[in-house]
Design a protein around this ligand. Sequence first.
Ligand SMILES: *Cc1c(COP(=O)(O)O)cnc(C)c1O
Length: 427
Amino acid sequence: MNSLQQLIDLDRKHVWHPYAAMPNPLPVFPVRSAKGVRIELEDGRSLIDGISSWWTCIHGYNHPKLNAAARSQIEKMSHVMFGGLTHRPAIALAQKLIEMTPANLQHVFFSDSGSVAVEVAMKLAAQYWHNRGQPDKNRFLTIRSGYHGDTFAAMSACDPVNGMHHLFSGMLTPQYFADAPQVRFGEQWQAKDIESFARLLAEKGDRIAAAIFEPVVQNAGGVRFYHPEYVRRASELCKQHNVLLILDEIATGFGRSGKLFACDYADVCPDIMCVGKALSGGFMSLAATLTTTHISETFSAGEAGVFMHGPTFMANPLACAVSLANLELLESYDWQTKIAQIEQQLAQELAPCRDLDAVKDVRVLGAIAAVELHSPVDMATVQPLFVEKGVWLRPFGRLLYTMPPYIIQANELTAVTTAIYEVAAGL
Ligand SMILES: *Cc1c(COP(=O)(O)O)cnc(C)c1O
């Protein structure tokens, strides 16, 4: 068996990590196991996960109910193709998603990851206009500071600067970018915030298949919380200009923002919605794209007669069974109160960060908090610092941020906020 150092050396030599160089000069920490909110490292240290493994494990690791659902499904079948076959886990999960999401969403397309769910959403919108004899409506309107994934169509709708669009110029479809919303969640709404979005719709609406953005919370693009009125107006404007609305709830879905879906803050029903990340409770990769009957109906009459998409592992039964158990778990307790408690504690315990020299802004919504610094953090020093303090956080750019599992206890959350304060104070 390899020693721990040998493992790390092999990893550095052969294994590519997310947004990493090869070989990777930054530290990586081998994990032995994880349970509840804790990640156990191979060297025996135990870390409180303050970011739910990138927004996913809302009920913590190794949850007995999710494990039981997985075991029971493995005994039946872990996978079967979805072309021409169907199964109870997919049907039950689709029903559950339709029940939880806005009422007009009636059809579910399963895929393996958030990026693919976004690709599917964009392709659905483009093919919808093709079905209706308007193939020129094949561009997308989005808002700056957004993030929608790393595949090419998804990337074309990410913030052009953060998303390094210049690296792939000529390969990415040019989309239309409205200014990022400036009026924050909780502030007084100002109509001028939506002007840039409205202008692009008025000028380019006949080329635009759909607007796509993250409602209320821009996540990986900067952890920004903006006014729900923006979402409401954007939805109305899209209708006026004959443009579909795609809401990307991959990070915000299933309670994270304080509402079941962030679009619930604005009472908006999108034409297409993407979910992923917390869907399976972080157990395994699954995502879904939901849409309306108005859209689905156009496909049988269209040139292709079908929707041209079908991932090999579509609606994997194991992922569907675990996701259903996760959503049933979410419905089994008062998550609203739990998220409200997390929100209050985050706001209270992170407020002192505002007085630190290195800190520009502190913001909290639901079970999400960001401490924005004046300058970018040096990951090579900051990451090990958090590990020494017994918490797992993954800062990026100028942001120290946390979105803990919903099951986190008050004292564990204090350990997270204390670590953030201490690290920010030392910068
Ligand atoms: C993470 C994320 C995606 C991409 O999901 P993957 O599973 O990483 O492909 C898309 N949109 C939003 C809002 C996300 O947060």
